[in-house]
Design a protein around this ligand. Structure first.
Ligand code: SF4
Length: 219
C-alpha cells in the first residue's frame, strides 16, 4: 500500500490534518502521515484494477475523520469517494485491562468465523458486571455498564428497546443473575452464527473470485 499512500499524502495539506485532529507542535510525523496509510484501502481496488471501483469501508466511528479527509481528495486522485459503514464499538469479552493478565487474546473477541462451540466457551467465560456471590448480586444488583454481555445485548441481540430496558433494570436490581443472562443470550448468538455461516458459504465462491491477486499497475 505504501506507494499508493504516498500518492494520497501528496494531496493532503498539513493544515488539513492539523485542523481535523488538532495536532499540537509536538505531534510526531508518523501521525501526520497516518491518514494517508489508513485510508489507502479506499482506493486500492481502483488502483489495482486500473478502473473506477467504488469501495465500502466498515469502520469504527473513531476512524471517521480519516475517511472524511479522504473523501475530500478522492476526485483529485481520479478515484470514487469511499462510502462508510460505521460500526458500533463493544468492549472486549475479557473486560477492561484483563488482556495483560488473564485469558488468551482470541478469547477477547467473537470472530465471525468462530465455530459455535468456541462462541459458547467465550460467552461462558466473558467478563460481566456481576457480584462475587449470588446473595450479593440479589442484594446489590449488578453493574451493566462494565459488562461485555450487556454490550452484546445492546448491540444487536435485544430485539426491542423495551426488551433491553427490562434486561437492564433486572440486571441493576439483582433480579437477573449473570449465568441466566448468558444462558438467555446464547441461543440468540448461536442463531446469528448459523445464519452468518450459511450466508458466508453462499457467497464464498463469488467472494474468492473477487480477491485481487495481480500486482497493482505502476503509478
Ligand atoms: S446480569 Fe447480564 S447484563 Fe447484568 S452484569 Fe450479569 S451478565 Fe451482565
Amino acid at each position: 500500500l505504501y506507494p499508493l499512500a504516498i500518492r494520497i499524502a501528496q494531496k493532503i495539506p498539513y493544515s488539513t490534518v492539523k485542523a481535523v485532529f488538532g495536532f499540537p507542535p509536538s505531534t510526531n510525523i508518523g501521525l501526520v502521515f497516518y491518514t494517508a496509510l489508513q485510508t489507502a484501502p479506499s482506493f486500492y481496488p481502483s488502483w489495482a484494477e486500473g478502473r473506477s471501483v467504488p469501495c465500502l469501508i466498515p469502520c469504527g466511528i473513531d476512524q471517521d475523520p480519516h475517511f472524511r479527509v479522504t473523501r475530500d481528495i478522492a476526485e483529485g486522485l481520479g478515484y470514487p469517494k469511499p462510502a462508510l459503514l460505521h460500526s458500533r464499538m463493544v468492549p472486549g469479552l475479557l473486560g477492561e485491562g484483563a488482556m495483560s493478565t488473564t485469558g488468551h487474546r482470541d478469547d477477547n473477541v467473537l470472530f465471525l468465523n468462530d465455530p459455535i462451540p468456541a462462541v459458547r466457551r467465550k460467552i461462558r467465560h466473558a467478563f460481566t458486571g456481576g457480584r462475587a456471590t449470588v446473595e450479593e448480586q440479589r442484594r446489590e444488583g449488578a453493574i451493566p455498564e462494565v459488562c461485555s454481555i450487556w454490550a452484546l445485548w445492546r448491540t444487536r441481540f435485544a430485539e426491542t428497546d423495551a426488551e433491553f430496558r427490562t434486561l437492564t433494570e433486572n440486571c441493576r436490581s439483582g433480579a437477573l443473575l449473570c449465568g441466566d443472562c448468558k444462558s438467555a443470550l446464547l441461543p440468540k448468538i448461536e442463531a446469528f452464527y448459523e445464519r452468518q455461516h450459511a450466508a458466508r458459504e453462499s457467497v464464498r465462491e463469488w467472494a474468492e473470485s473477487r480477491i485481487i491477486t495481480e500486482p497493482p499497475r505502476p503509478i
